[in-house]
Write a protein that binds this ligand. Structure first.
Ligand code: COA
Length: 349
């Protein structure tokens, strides 16, 4: 069965540029601190009311579909990766299907945060290999700016994240060795709470110390989101940055080497590595560990911050637009994030 190839790629970032200096209006931080720890200079924020995760995904999808030489009507499966969906449910996949007037095709939502795009790519590749679908749209999109704590309390997280979307169209590859060579997915839920947004959720951890042995109707109603939870900022993401950093710098190189070894290749064979844009310091550590040259690694976190599920397709799209990826090049995609989940994909362009 043929493997999948990336037939078209697109991206969309909102117009509004938010600099590190702009963030100092809301919280106690500085351009120097943010650049030194993360490499980020600015990020984009979506329009507060007119743009959503889905609308940004649609923009990126349109470009990817056009570049693939196909049309929205011809897409026969949607995979949408995000952690910042328009609704708690239904997912963004069906909202995109509606917005793009697509046929009544399947729409799958992926919740793997920063590695969401790699997971989506792997699922799409399997559907192409099995012969089930021939035109798969994959979208990674995030509107983080809607739900970050912009007070000093939330500064370790809020300065990192930005909004944007990326998309690819997968089609069967010609039998010339091009396409997705392999994908590699991993998880370790042992540290699930180290990078997480707990609420709204069914976990009830925050109720444990209140001795709720039984529920009456009023209490059940309160469990979804209470005033106390909002007062305590429990509706915002939580991150133990140092633990995330330590795990990421181990798992990134590991999963890249796994992909290379599976295909009897080595780091010197990589044309371009597109690491998930978590933190420039993490990418630099990975580059050093694998002894890659500067021109073998593409980073754009400086302009966009961490756009989670959108970061890999946005960076891939930019690298491709800049002519850094040519036919026959070996492209390595890798991501690590909340879960923890991580993964890699090797693509012969
Ligand atoms: N501006 C200024 N100071 C800040 C700050 C900000 N935005 N955020 C945190 N600080 C302060 C802390 O309050 C702390 O102050 P204290 O020493 O007075 O208590 C100090 O800086 C150090 O905090 P710490 O959290 O230990 O910083 P760090 O060196 O670990 O850097 C991260 C924080 C988030 C940049 C870093 O841990 C990181 O990048 N981790 C990986 C995160 C990541 O990649 N997440 C996405 C995964 S997909």
């Amino acid at each position: 069965m043929p493997q999948a190839r990336i037939a078209g790629i697109g991206m969309y970032v909102p117009e509004q540029v938010v600099s590190n200096q702009d963030l100092t209006n809301y919280m106690d931080t500085s351009d120097e601190w943010i650049q030194e720890r993360t490499g980020i200079r600015e990020r984009r924020y979506a329009h507060r009311t007119q743009e959503t995760t889905t609308t940004m995904g649609v923009q990126a999808a349109r470009q990817a579909i056009e570049r693939a030489g196909t049309t929205a009507e011809e897409i026969d499966f949607i995979i949408f990766a995000t952690l910042s969906p328009d609704y708690y449910f239904p997912g963004c996949g069906v909202l995109l299907q509606r917005a793009m007037n697509m046929r009544e095709i399947g729409a799958l939502d992926i919740r793997n945060q920063c590695s969401g795009f790699i997971y989506a790519l792997s699922v799409g590749d399997q559907f192409i290999r099995s012969g089930m679908y021939r035109n798969i749209l994959i979208v990674g999109s995030e509107k983080h700016s809607f739900g970050l704590d912009f007070s000093t309390r939330g500064r370790n997280i809020s300065v990192i994240f930005g909004d944007g979307a990326g998309a690819v169209v997968l089609q069967p590859a010609p039998e010339d060795g091009s396409g997705i060579l392999s994908t590699h997915l991993h998880s370790d839920g042992g540290s699930a709470e180290l990078l997480a947004m707990y609420n709204p959720g069914t976990h009830a951890n925050h109720w444990a110390d209140q001795n709720y042995a039984s529920f009456d109707e009023a209490e059940i109603g309160n469990m979804f989101m209470s005033h106390q939870m909002i007062d305590e900022a429990q509706n915002f993401p939580y991150m133990d940055g140092q633990s995330v950093f330590k795990k990421a710098v181990v798992k990134f190189p590991e999963v890249i080497m796994e992909a290379l070894q599976k295909n009897n290749l080595s780091p010197t064979d990589i044309g371009v590595l597109i690491p998930h844009q978590a933190n420039l310091r993490i990418s630099q550590f990975v580059q050093q560990k694998l002894q890659l040259r500067d021109d073998q690694v593409y980073n754009n976190i400086q302009q966009y911050g961490n756009t989670t599920a959108a970061s890999v397709p946005i960076a891939l799209c930019e690298a491709w637009e800049k002519g850094m990826i040519r036919q026959g090049d070996l492209v390595c995609l890798a991501a690590f994030g909340s879960g923890f989940t991580w993964g890699s994909a090797l693509v012969r362009w």
